[in-house]
Write a protein that binds this ligand. Structure first.
Ligand SMILES: [Zn+2]
Ligand SMILES: [Zn+2]
Length: 212
């Protein structure tokens, strides 16, 4: 599986494209919020000859969904995310106003993602790992063949997601990371929703939230 990263919008959010040799591709957390960002994403997809087949949000915070409308209209895709994300889905216009962001809305999911679900595209499978605490709807996506984890705003290089937003809970987040992510192989590469990639092994050793 190959992975391409784009850094979009005022929150410096990581948008990921996952694809394999079949050229089928999954768009994760499209944060594109202006024409330049939208066209850079489209150009990459065209140049690589990719065929987007799924639109997935790791959680429904504004910075991760700003491009949902654009992606849906370009590729006729309906977003998939965890059902708890509907809390934000129903309030997103107000939240966008508060942050002064230009939000064009999002299509409503036809199905939700939950713990243990398998997402298939091309020859690739992603497993859904539900890790609430930053947000109730936070999911991570794990590819076992290449040991890659898309961690959303759950686990960052040297940090964890903030827990002071609605539905956040510090103890739940710490426990979820310990029991569901730190049990993955140390060599697993972690691609977070903000900042640089890391590995599970490095975070166990260097992340200040997990030093005893
Ligand atoms: Zn978030
Ligand atoms: Zn974020």
């Amino acid at each position: 599986m190959e992975i391409a990263r784009f850094i979009f919008n005022a929150f410096a959010e990581n948008t990921y494209l996952l694809f394999d040799e079949t050229k089928e591709c999954v768009i994760i957390d499209p944060g594109c919020n202006n024409e330049f960002e939208e066209s850079s994403l489209i150009k990459f997809i065209r140049n690589q000859g990719l065929k987007p087949v799924k639109l997935i949000n790791t959680h429904f915070h504004i910075d991760h969904v700003l491009g949902n409308h654009f992606i849906s209209s370009q590729f006729q895709l309906i977003p998939e995310f965890h059902e708890e994300g509907m809390f934000f889905f129903d309030r997103q216009e107000d939240i966008a106003d508060k942050y002064g962001m230009n939000y064009n809305g999002s299509k409503k999911p036809e199905q939700f993602l939950s713990e243990g679900d398998l997402i298939r595209f091309g020859h690739t499978t992603l497993k859904v790992i539900h890790v609430p605490g930053h947000s109730r709807d936070s999911i991570c996506l794990y590819n076992n063949d290449d040991k890659i984890l898309i961690s959303g705003d759950v686990l960052f290089q040297g940090s964890i997601g903030r827990t002071d937003l609605p539905g956040g809970d510090y103890d739940t987040l710490i426990e979820g990371i310990k029991t569901k992510l730190f049990t993955l192989d140390d060599s697993t590469r972690v691609f977070p929703g903000h900042g640089e990639s890391t590995t599970i092994g490095d975070e166990k050793v260097y992340n200040p939230f997990f030093r005893y």
